[in-house]
Design a protein around this ligand. Structure first.
Ligand code: ADP
Ligand code: MG
Length: 321
C-alpha cells in the first residue's frame, strides 16, 4: 500500500530516476517492501544510495546501480572468473548491471550469514539492491575516512578491519577487492564493511592481487592515523594463515614492537630494509589462485623459516606451481 504522503516524498527523489527504475520501486512499494524513500545518501560513480525511514520496521538503504556501460567497463577484471559471467561480458548494460546487483546481494548474504559485520541484504530486483541501513537516528554511518578517533580506538578499528579480512577470506572465501576507508563505515564503535559487488572468490585469477591491494589500502590508512601497523607482508600472512595461533599473533606483535620500539623511529637502514621488503612484496606476482591454497599454514611456516632473500613469488610453493 502506498501512502499519499509518500507519493509526494517520492516525487522529489524520483526526479533523477529513469522510468524503469521508477517502475521497479513502484512495484516494491505496492508489494509492501518499501514505503517511502527519504533521501539520497550518496550519488556515486556506479550507484546511488537512498535511505528509507520506517517508524517501526527496519530502516533500509536502497542501492540503485547505474546502467551506464562505461562504468562497468572498469569492472571487467572483477567479473572474469565468476561463473555467472562465464559467457563473457554482456553487451547489454542492463543485464550486466543487474548481474552486478545480484553479485553484491549474494556476496552480502554469504558475509552476513558468516557473521561479518555488514548490512543485512534484504532483496534485489534487477539493478536495485535493498539492504539494512547502517546508521543512527536516520543519519548514515560515517565512512572510516571521515571519523575522528583517539589512538586506542584507531588501534581497535585496525584490529576489527583485520578480523573482517580474515573472516571474509576463510569463512566466506571472498576477497573484498575494493577495501579501503571509503568502504568501511563506523557504527557504534564498530567497523562494518560495505560495497561488496566486486568481491571475488577463490577461483578468480587475481584474488590474491586484490587481497594485497586491500592490505595496502588498510595499512596506508591506519598508518596515516599514527598507530603502529604490521609490515604489509606479516599482515597479509596473518590474513591468509588458516589458524591464528597465539604463536603467530605473538610473532606479529613482536615484529610490530620491533618496528615501533616503544615509539623510537626506525634507523635509516631499517627503513630501507623495510622499503625493499615491501617493494618486493608489492611487485611480486601471484601465479596461483586462492582456490589452490592447500595446507597453507605449513607452507607459511616454511616460508617464514627461510624467508630471508626470498620474495613473495614463493607463495607459488603453496600451490605446487
Ligand atoms: P559506491 O561506492 O559503489 O557508490 P557504496 O556501496 O560504497 O557504493 O555506497 C555509497 C555510499 O552510500 C557509502 O559510502 C555509504 O556512505 C552509503 N551507504 C551504502 N550502503 C549503505 C548502508 N547499508 N547503510 C548506510 N549507508 C550506506
Ligand atoms: Mg563505495
Amino acid at each position: 500500500m502506498v501512502r499519499h504522503k509518500d507519493r509526494a516524498d517520492r516525487a522529489t527523489v524520483e526526479g533523477v530516476l529513469d522510468p524503469r527504475t521508477r517502475r521497479i520501486l513502484d512495484r516494491l512499494m505496492s508489494n509492501g517492501y518499501l514505503h517511502s524513500m527519504q533521501g539520497c545518501i550518496s550519488t556515486g560513480k556506479e550507484a546511488n544510495v537512498y535511505h528509507e525511514e520506517e517508524e517501526e520496521e527496519l530502516e533500509v538503504a536502497i542501492k540503485i546501480f547505474k546502467t551506464s556501460i562505461l562504468v562497468f567497463k572498469d569492472r571487467e577484471k572483477y567479473v572474469m572468473g565468476d561463473y555467472r559471467f562465464r559467457k563473457g561480458y554482456s553487451k547489454n548494460p542492463r543485464r550486466m548491471v543487474s548481474l552486478w546487483a545480484e553479485k553484491e546481494f549474494r556476496n552480502l548474504k554469504r558475509m552476513y550469514l558468516a557473521g561479518v559485520p555488514c548490512p543485512r541484504p534484504l532483496l534485489f530486483r534487477s539493478h536495485v539492491l535493498i539492504m539494512e541501513f547502517l546508521g543512527e537516528g536516520g543519519e548514515a554511518a560515517p565512512k572510516l575516512k571521515d571519523v575522528k578517533l583517539d589512538g586506542q580506538s584507531w588501534q581497535e578499528s585496525y584490529r576489527q578491519t583485520f578480523l573482517i579480512m580474515r573472516l571474509l577470506f576463510h569463512d566466506c572465501k571472498l576477497v573484498h577487492g575494493d577495501l579501503s576507508e571509503y568502504n568501511l563505515v563506523y557504527v557504534r564503535r564498530k567497523v562494518m564493511v560495505i560495497d561488496v559487488g566486486q568481491s571475488v572468490g577463490p577461483d578468480h585469477p587475481c584474488s590474491l592481487e586484490f587481497l594485497r591491494k586491500d592490505a595496502v589500502n588498510v595499512r596506508n590508512f591506519f598508518s596515516s592515523k599514527g598507530i603502529p601497523v604490521l609490515p604489509l607482508r606479516s599482515f597479509f600472512e596473518l590474513v591468509v594463515s588458516p589458524s591464528l595461533s597465539e604463536e603467530t599473533e605473538e610473532a606479529a606483535k613482536e615484529e610490530e614492537t620491533d618496528q615501533q620500539r616503544s615509539g623510537q623511529p626506525l634507523t635509516r637502514t631499517e627503513e630501507a630494509e623495510h622499503d625493499v621488503e615491501e617493494g618486493v612484496f608489492l611487485c611480486s606476482s601471484f601465479p596461483q589462485r586462492l582456490a589452490d591454497f592447500k595446507d597453507a599454514e605449513r607452507e607459511i611456516e616454511k616460508l617464514a623459516e627461510g624467508r630471508e632473500g626470498q620474495d613473495f613469488r614463493n607463495y607459488g610453493v603453496m600451490t605446487g606451481m
